[in-house]
Design a protein around this ligand. Sequence first.
Ligand SMILES: Nc1ncnc2c1ncn2[C@@H]1O[C@H](COP(=O)(O)OP(=O)(O)O)[C@@H](O)[C@H]1O
Ligand SMILES: [Mg+2]
Length: 427
Amino acid sequence: MACFKGCFGNRPPVDVKRRRPSAYGVITDLDIKDGKTRNALNIKLQMEITEVLSEATYGLTPEGVDSSHYEAQDFFAFKEILGSGATGVVFRAVFKPSGQVFAVKFIPNFRQIKVMVIRELTVLKFSSLCKYLIGFHSHFRVDTNMYFVMELCEGGTLEDLLEPKHLMPPKLARIYLKEISSALFFLHRMRIVHRDVYLANCLLTSTAHLKLCDFGLCRTVDDPQGEMMTDCGKPWIRAPEMYLDKPCSFGIDWWSVGILLYRFITGCNPFNCDKLTQGYQSVTKLKEKYPEWLFTDKDALDLCQKLLIKEPKRRLCAENEIHDIKSHSYFMNIDWNEIENMADIIEQEMLGDVERYLVVIARMSSILGINTENLAANVTKARGSVSSLERGDKTKMLSNALKKIMPMTATPLNGDWSTRRTTESSV
Ligand SMILES: Nc1ncnc2c1ncn2[C@@H]1O[C@H](COP(=O)(O)OP(=O)(O)O)[C@@H](O)[C@H]1O
Ligand SMILES: [Mg+2]
């Protein structure tokens, strides 16, 4: 294995400003009002400052490696695949010199999707400022491949957490809605629309808090009243105004939050459509249905209905999103500055309708390292009147659910990563 000279702190000691003065000089030109010219310049600038992987990238000199052309593997040991999407594959990777573990997004042939990559990078560069957005470490490119080095979220995604038809326990639903809203407040304050808010882009940390990722579809809104945007996003999260080619703005993200909330509280999507044509029919023409049992949680129902108003100007958050969300009765007992202890909340949820939330709670317990056997025993104790047979069943159910979800943590790559990197298409 290569040895490394030099040092490495939390951030790579790269001073782009010092090494590339000409590229930075362009920044002052970005004040230009015309959006298209500004975007073009922005992309040009970002291409220039995107570093080819070199000794300078991390301030290190791996020994025994041809220094004229480093590979990502010279600096990172790639482990299992954490997930993949339309743009790339994300690996758990160990930074060899320090042993720090990161999530590295590998984007092959990035020039083909240059605009998305640059948009993602632009947002990633300040995402660490918000605790509900994925943290960014560094990036580099090798030939035509781009790599983003990001904070690792060990809890997987909300999609992994919520098996089909499983509901999110109400307290967790409220906290996750709060966290996703906080992430959007931050992005929207920077005049950025995310446009791809859905379960697979909501990551969970090892403390089970939420972080929004995947900024490839982000767009800046210069005029919140009249910005037209191109179509994008999954058919079942697209807002009606996108289908109808009407002006789109921050409201499309709040529509997606409405879809998320509907999924949390009912266990399914309001508009089931994998194809755009189906989406057009159902999203623009049909009204979502609510199961009768939901009418007991009037606050959740009201928030969901108001976020899923088809007319963007009448939708909740159209005027003052922070006020509209924070003052809604659904968030009545939520302290917006508090960082909840999720382990406590899971224990509290166990006293509720355990069966309904079993898989979610079991998976959450595994993320938080909670011993579910003790937990189940405590629940039965607290309930008092439960017979020993029921108690045994409950513990068994929880353990089985836990076993079921365990393989979801990661799929190890077979064999050595280095043997798999001969062609891009093999990844
Ligand atoms: N920082 C991370 N930590 C853990 N898993 C991640 C991280 N970033 C992404 N993933 C996983 O990789 C998947 C794809 O990443 P994403 O950035 O959404 O790529 P794409 O733009 O291709 O959709 C996510 O759905 C998630 O499962
Ligand atoms: Mg994604």
